[in-house]
Design a protein around this ligand. Structure first.
Ligand code: SF4
Length: 325
C-alpha cells in the first residue's frame, strides 16, 4: 500500500478510505535512533540554525524514507514554516498535496478542502464515513485510556501522551494499534491507583523532550491532561466528519483552544499547567494570552533540540512544583 507523509493531524479517514498508509513524520523523526543527527543533517543542507527543530527533523526524516513520495502539506492551521519545508521537499522530488483548515472554522470551506483531498485520493463520502467508523472504534479505546488517567489515576503522563499522539496516524495500522491499546487497558485497569499529589496539565505542541513526564512523576506530580495530544484522538461525539474537524481545536485560534483547556482543567481538577513552547515557534507569542486567560498557575517551558531535560529546566520544574504545594 502506498504511504503518505503527514506533518500534523489531517482528515486521516480520507487516507485510510483510499487504502493508503499515513505516516506522521513527527513521530518518525522523534522515535528515530538519533533524532539529533537528523536536525544536524537539515542544518548541513542549509536550514537555518534559528529554526524549529521539528521542521528540520521532518525534512531529514522525509528524505531518509524514500518510500514516502507524497506528503500532505497543511498550509493553514498548523505551522508558518510548513510552506518553505514543503518547497524544499518538492525540490527533492516529493509530491505535495495541500490542505488548509479555515481560520474561522467555516464549515463550507472545510468541507471543500476535505472534498479536494478526497478527489486527490479518489474516494467518496460513503467510503470516508466507513473509515470514520473504523477509526472511531480505535479512538474510543484511547479515550478510555485518557479517562483512566484523570478519573481513576491508573495511567501515567507519558503513556497518556504516547497513545494519544499516535492517533494522528494510528501507527499506520489501526487494528494492530487497537490491540496494543487493549493490552495496556487490561494492565492498567487492574493496577493500583497512583498517588501523586499534584495534578498537572500539559498544553502546547508535544514535547521534544519525553523525559519530562518521568521527571515530574519522580517528584510527586503527574500530567493528567495532554491538551494537543488529546485533540489528536478527536474526542467528540459526532457522526459528522466535517463537524469533527471543526471541533478539533489545534488548527484554529488560541481562544477556541482555551475554551477546551479551561473546560478540561476544571473537569480534571488541575493544580497547574505547563505550557510548552518550542524554540523559534510562532506559538510562543500566544503564551501571553494563555497567561492572561487561564486562571491557574502556568509554567512556560521552552525546548529546542531532542535531548535530555537540561539542568535549568529541571530547576524550574522543581520550583514550580514547590510553589504549587
Ligand atoms: S513547534 Fe511551532 S514552529 Fe515547530 S513545527 Fe510545530 S508549529 Fe511549527
Amino acid at each position: 500500500m502506498p504511504k503518505v507523509g503527514i506533518t500534523t493531524t489531517v482528515p486521516v479517514e480520507v487516507i485510510y478510505a483510499a487504502g493508503w498508509v499515513p505516516v506522521d513524520l513527527n513521530n518518525l523523526f522523534i522515535t528515530d535512533e538519533n533524532p539529533q543527527s537528523l536536525v544536524e543533517e537539515a542544518e548541513l543542507a542549509g536550514y537555518p540554525r534559528n529554526l524549529c527543530a521539528w521542521i528540520k527533523g521532518i525534512y531529514s526524516i522525509a528524505l531518509k524514507n524514500r518510500d514516502i513520495r507524497t506528503i500532505i502539506a497543511v498550509t493553514q492551521g498548523d505551522c508558518s514554516n510548513t510552506h518553505a519545508l514543503m518547497e524544499t521537499l518538492q525540490l527533492a522530488g516529493v509530491e505535495i498535496v495541500p490542505f488548509a483548515f479555515p481560520y474561522d472554522r467555516d464549515s463550507d470551506l472545510l468541507r471543500l478542502q476535505m472534498e479536494k483531498m478526497m478527489s486527490y485520493f479518489g474516494v467518496s463520502w460513503k467510503q470516508v464515513g466507513e473509515a470514520k467508523e473504523r477509526l472511531d472504534r480505535v479512538r474510543s479505546r484511547v479515550w478510555e485510556l485518557d479517562r483512566l488517567t484523570w478519573a481513576e489515576n491508573r495511567v501515567g503522563g507519558w503513556e497518556n501522551h504516547l497513545y494519544q499522539v499516535c492517533c494522528s496516524d494510528f501507527n499506520g495500522d489501526p487494528e494492530r494499534f487497537a490491540a496494543e491499546v487493549d493490552e495496556i487497558l487490561k494492565e492498567r485497569r487492574s493496577a493500583p491507583a497512583r498517588k501523586e499529589e499534584l495534578r498537572l496539565g500539559y498544553i502546547g505542541v508535544p514535547p521534544i523532550v519525553g523525559e519530562l513526564y518521568q521527571y515530574l512523576e519522580e517528584r510527586g506530580a503527574r500530567v493528567v491532561y495532554n491538551e494537543v495530544q488529546r485533540q489528536f484522538t478527536m474526542p467528540f461525539e459526532t457522526p459528522d466528519l466535517v463537524e469533527q474537524y471543526r471541533l478539533y481545536t489545534y488548527p484554529y485560534g488560541i481562544f477556541f483552544r482555551l475554551e477546551d483547556i479551561c473546560r478540561e482543567a476544571a473537569r480534571r481538577r488541575l493544580d497547574g499547567i505547563i505550557h510548552y513552547a518550542q524554540s523559534f515557534c510562532f506559538r510562543q507569542i500566544e503564551d501571553l494570552i494563555i497567561r492572561q486567560k487561564l486562571g491557574l498557575p502556568v509554567l512556560t517551558l521552552e525546548g529546542d533540540k531532542p535531548s535530555r531535560l537540561d539542568a535549568r529546566t529541571r530547576m524550574r520544574l522543581d520550583v514550580f512544583l514547590d510553589m504549587l504545594r
